[in-house]
Write a protein that binds this ligand. Structure first.
Ligand SMILES: NC(=O)C1=CN([C@@H]2O[C@H](COP(=O)(O)OP(=O)(O)OC[C@H]3O[C@@H](n4cnc5c(N)ncnc54)[C@H](O)[C@@H]3O)[C@@H](O)[C@H]2O)C=CC1
Ligand SMILES: O=C(O)[C@H]1O[C@H](OP(=O)(O)OP(=O)(O)OC[C@H]2O[C@@H](n3ccc(=O)[nH]c3=O)[C@H](O)[C@@H]2O)[C@H](O)[C@@H](O)[C@@H]1O
Length: 467
């Protein structure tokens, strides 16, 4: 079975980059990415590639090459579904904010809507690919809806979770560690798996394309994120001990990471992990474990989240304590708002919680981020519902000039590891700050020797002060 037309429902951080790469690598396949969010689709179609809704290094040139050739962005969901042989579902699956499983389970309403829409529109057999991250056994729910509400056509459901990380999405897609495809073990299932394998095989070596049953594939995605997040929480837990004992987390990370069984990646202590997925996926895993009565398993994974919350809170607590137990009316400059460098995504960014804690203490927060827009920062604060939006705008200011943000500040907090922060004229920044001038480096990014020589009082996550 040769795929000639692909439809992807959901033009977000996953749907957009993933489909752009498929279109670039498979010029004979027409790829249409659809979304109900019209402004997002308009942004994907914008002639100015700086206005793409997702900032990812290298993405603009791929979109430039494929868009209009075999890559299309549209709000016409029905036509794209109707035309396609293969439909990727790449919509958001956030944590539920209501009802049963509130605050834990994944909200599958967008997935269900997609399934119903596919069932309504499809007049020919189709392969439906779960690209979104889903609780294990979701494929059976999708199949149920498709088989019972459709026009009698046959559907094959595949699970093809996405492992890209934001900021490195293009590289991750071009050279994935593996591509995982889960499908039915029936003959039709195997044919569907082969159709998807054939697409990836255009650029991914065959030995990196792994096929499994659907449930293993769905569960592997949650497991991968849980393991990655667990490493961050584990190193962050050690960073607390480092600060108490005089050890330095950078040295500890290096020392343990050289053990080939542990490996060097994902051992950077930080102000806490953010991003749209780690927290949501672990909460989902905890919920699944609880729903099977596996309370010890649930508690084990929940601790990863609790440690992450602690890391964010202790960062802001440390700022307050160090600034003589009061930050009321004091200006705190934030360098960075995105949840990591090289992305404009702010979902679950540690900066949001740290800012909220400081505003509760009546601090004045000034924010600079090279890629995040002012309205996004206010939307993030308002979403917390901690105070009136007027107050958020009065207490928190956003500026596109980092030197203005730092001017007259009592302290600087580094929340995102943007490379450019290391290129600043720190002497100049120091001279324009209140004294003593404090830096709280939540990413262990800056050169502490240089800063201390200038006169800053420098605090870095995981660096003990006892000698
Ligand atoms: N952001 C990331 O780095 C990664 C995300 N994932 C998973 O991929 C999925 C998507 O994540 P993102 O792309 O970050 O989400 P996103 O929120 O950026 O994009 C989802 C898009 O789906 C659209 N949508 C929702 N319902 C729709 C419908 N019925 N019809 C048409 N469009 C609809 C929304 O308007 C939105 O633009 C999630 O399950 C996430 O867990 C997986 C790997 C990486
Ligand atoms: O399912 C998803 O959404 C994706 O989630 C993560 O990707 P992402 O959240 O984009 O970015 P990461 O690089 O994993 O960083 C997540 C958070 O952990 C933090 N982090 C990461 C690594 C580290 O050593 N220390 C650390 O604090 C980052 O700063 C960031 O806040 C996974 O790395 C991807 O494989 C996965 O596809």
């Amino acid at each position: 079975m040769k795929t000639t037309k692909i439809c992807c429902i959901g033009a977000g951080y996953v749907g957009g980059p993933t489909m752009a790469v498929i279109a670039q690598k498979c010029p004979n396949i027409k790829v249409t990415v659809v979304d109900i969010n019209e402004s997002r689709i308009n942004a994907w179609n914008d002639a100015d590639l700086n206005k793409l809704p997702v900032f990812e290094p290298g993405l603009d040139s791929i979109v430039k090459e494929a868009r209009g050739r075999n890559l299309f962005f549209s709000t016409d969901v029905d036509t794209a579904i109707d035309e396609a042989d293969m439909i990727f579902i790449s919509v958001n699956t956030p944590t539920k904010t209501y009802g049963k499983g509130k605050g834990m389970a994944a909200d599958l309403k967008y997935i269900e809507l997609c399934a119903r829409q596919i069932a309504k529109v499809a007049k020919e057999n189709k392969i439906v690919v779960e690209k979104s991250t889903l609780p294990v056994r979701t494929a059976s729910a999708i199949k149920n809806i498709l088989d019972h509400t459709g026009n009698g056509v046959k559907f094959q459901i595949l699970s093809n979770p996405e492992f890209l990380a934001e900021g490195t999405a293009v590289q991750d897609l071009l050279k994935p560690d593996r591509v995982l495809i889960g499908g039915d073990t029936s003959e039709e299932g195997e044919q569907a798996i082969k159709a998807l394998v054939d697409i990836y095989a255009n650029w991914v070596p065959k030995d990196k394309i792994l096929t499994t049953n659907v449930w293993s594939s769905e569960l592997s995605k949650l497991t991968a994120n849980a393991f990655l997040a667990q490493r961050v929480s584990s190193i962050n837990a050690m960073s607390v001990i480092c600060e108490k004992t005089g050890a330095d987390i950078k040295e500890v990370s290096k020392a343990i990471g050289m053990d080939s069984r542990i490996g060097p990646k994902f051992l950077k202590a930080s102000v806490g992990f953010g991003g749209s997925c780690f927290q949501k996926d672990i909460l989902n895993l905890v919920y699944i474990a609880k729903s099977y009565g596996l309370n010890e398993v649930a508690d084990y994974w929940e601790q990863v989240i609790l440690m992450n919350d602690h890391q964010k809170n202790r960062f802001s607590d440390n700022i307050v304590r160090t600034l003589y137990n009061t930050v009321s009316g004091k200006k705190i400059a934030f360098l960075g708002w995105a949840f990591k460098k090289d992305t404009n995504d702010t979902r679950e960014s540690a900066a949001i919680k740290v800012a909220d804690n400081l505003l509760n203490e009546q601090a004045h927060v000034a924010v600079y981020d090279p890629k995040v827009k002012e309205e996004q920062i206010y939307a993030d604060m308002d979403y917390l519902n901690s105070r009136h939006s007027v107050e958020n705008r009065a207490l928190l200011k956003v500026n596109s000039d980092p030197y203005e943000v730092c001017k007259d500040a009592h302290a600087i907090a580094v929340l995102t590891e943007w490379d450019e922060f290391n290129t600043y004229d720190w002497q100049n920044i120091y001279e324009n700050m209140q004294k003593p001038a404090f830096v709280f480096d939540g990413r262990g990014l800056l050169n502490h020797k240089e800063l201390e020589e200038i006169g800053f009082i420098y605090y870095k996550i995981g660096r003990g002060t006892k000698v």
